[in-house]
Design a protein around this ligand. Structure first.
Ligand SMILES: Nc1ncnc2c1ncn2[C@@H]1O[C@H](COP(=O)(O)OP(=O)(O)OP(=O)(O)O)[C@@H](O)[C@H]1O
Length: 313
C-alpha cells in the first residue's frame, strides 16, 4: 500500500540551544508538525517551551539544527517563514484606547499584507468579536481581550498559530472559553501549537502531545494513543459484604482491598490481549465474593505525565 505524505508545515531537525553563559536549554529536538493539527507542548516550568517557540519565530538564535516553516528556513529565509506564523502572546500590549477593528487591521499591515477588510471581518466574526469591532480595547472583558490577541495573530492569515500558555492566570470559566475558541480554530484549518503546564488543557484541546522536560522532547504521541499506550485502567468493585483479606484464590490478580474492606480494585493493562476481567469475575463468584456496584477508571494524562517526568530524573 502506498500513502501520499504531505510535507510537514513545521519541521524541527536536530535543534539545540545554548544561551550565552553556557546554559543548554534544548538538547537535539526533532519534531514534525502536520498541517491542520493541534499540538500541545506540555512541560513544567523551565522545560524549554518558550525557548523552542522563540527559535521557531526567529526571536532567538539557533545553536544547532534547522527549522523550516512550510519549507522556509527560519534563519536563511526569515521573512517568508515568519509570515507563515501567528504568535499569540499572553498579554495585550496595544493601545487601550484603540478599537478592536483598527488593532487587528494594523497587525495585518505589520506583515506587509495589503489592506483587506474581508479578511479582518472574517477573523473578527470567527472569534465573535464582530459586534465589538468599534469598542476600545479597554472596554472589553478579559475573555474578549484574549480573543483580540488571537485575532491580531490571525490577521495576516498565517498557517501556524502559536499560543503561549493561552490560559495562564485566567479563571476556570475563561479557561473553558479559550478551549472552545481553539476548538473553533480547528475548523478554519489553521495549525495550532500551544504550550501549557496543564495536562488537563493538553487533554482537552490537542490532537497530539509532546512532553518536554529538561530541554528534551521526551515523548510525542497522539493523545488517544498516549492514553491507550500508557494508561492503566482500574476496575473497582463495591462489595456486598466487607472482606478482611483478599482470598488466596485471587492472588494471581493485581488486587487491592480498601482499608474498610468495602471495595476491591483491580488494575489492568488496556493494551493486553486478555485483561483477565472474565476470569476474575468467575473466581470472585466461585469464592462467594459478591459485589453491588462496579466502576472503571482510566489513568488521566496527569498521572501519565508525572510518571514520565519522574522517569527522566
Ligand atoms: N536568555 C536566557 N539566558 C539564559 N538562560 C535562559 C534564557 N532564557 C531562558 N533560559 C533558561 O532556559 C531554560 C528554559 O526556559 P524556557 O523559558 O524556555 O522554559 P519554559 O518551558 O518556557 O518555562 P515556563 O513554563 O516557566 O515559561 C530555563 O532554565 C531558563 O532559565
Amino acid at each position: 500500500m502506498s500513502s501520499v505524505q504531505t510535507p510537514p508545515i513545521l519541521s524541527i531537525q536536530g535543534v539545540s540551544k545554548t544561551y550565552e553563559g553556557g546554559f543548554q536549554a534544548l538538547h537535539t529536538v526533532d519534531l514534525d508538525i502536520k498541517k491542520g493539527e493541534i499540538f500541545a507542548l506540555l512541560g513544567p516550568n523551565g522545560a524549554g517551551k518558550t525557548t523552542l517557540i522563540s527559535l521557531i519565530c526567529g526571536l532567538a538564535r539557533l545553536s544547532e539544527g534547522t527549522i523550516t516553516v512550510d519549507g522556509h528556513d527560519v534563519v536563511k529565509d526569515y521573512r517568508a517563514a515568519r509570515a507563515k506564523i501567528g504568535l499569540v502572546p499572553q498579554e495585550l500590549t496595544t493601545d487601550a484606547f484603540e478599537t478592536v477593528h483598527n488593532t487587528v487591521s494594523f497587525s495585518r499591515g505589520l506583515f506587509g499584507k495589503p489592506k483587506d477588510p474581508a479578511v479582518v471581518e472574517r477573523v473578527l466574526k470567527s472569534l465573535t468579536l464582530w459586534e465589538k469591532r468599534d469598542s476600545q480595547l479597554r472596554q472589553l472583558s478579559g475573555g474578549m481581550k484574549r480573543r483580540v490577541l488571537i485575532a491580531k495573530a490571525l490577521a495576516h492569515e498565517p498557517d501556524i498559530l502559536f499560543l503561549d500558555e493561552p490560559t495562564a492566570g485566567v479563571d476556570v470559566s475563561l479557561r473553558r472559553e479559550m478551549w472552545a475558541v481553539v476548538g473553533d480554530l480547528r475548523k478554519t484549518g489553521v495549525t495550532v501549537i500551544l504550550t501549557t503546564h496543564y495536562i488537563e488543557e493538553a487533554e482537552m484541546m490537542a490532537d497530539r502531545i509532546g512532553v518536554i522536560a529538561g530541554g528534551k522532547l521526551i515523548l510525542v504521541e497522539d493523545k488517544a494513543e498516549l492514553m491507550q499506550k500508557l494508561g492503566h485502567k482500574e476496575l473497582t468493585l463495591v462489595l456486598q459484604e466487607p472482606l478482611t483479606t483478599i482470598p488466596p484464590a485471587l492472588s494471581e490478580f493485581d488486587l487491592a482491598l480498601s482499608e474498610d474492606g468495602q471495595s476491591l480494585t483491580y488494575s489492568y493493562d488496556t493494551r493486553a490481549e486478555r485483561t483477565g476481567i472474565g476470569s476474575l469475575m468467575r473466581l470472585l463468584a466461585e469464592n462467594g465474593v459478591r459485589f453491588k456496584d462496579i466502576a472503571t477508571k482510566q489513568s488521566t494524562l496527569e498521572e501519565i505525565f508525572v510518571g514520565l517526568v519522574e522517569e527522566t530524573r
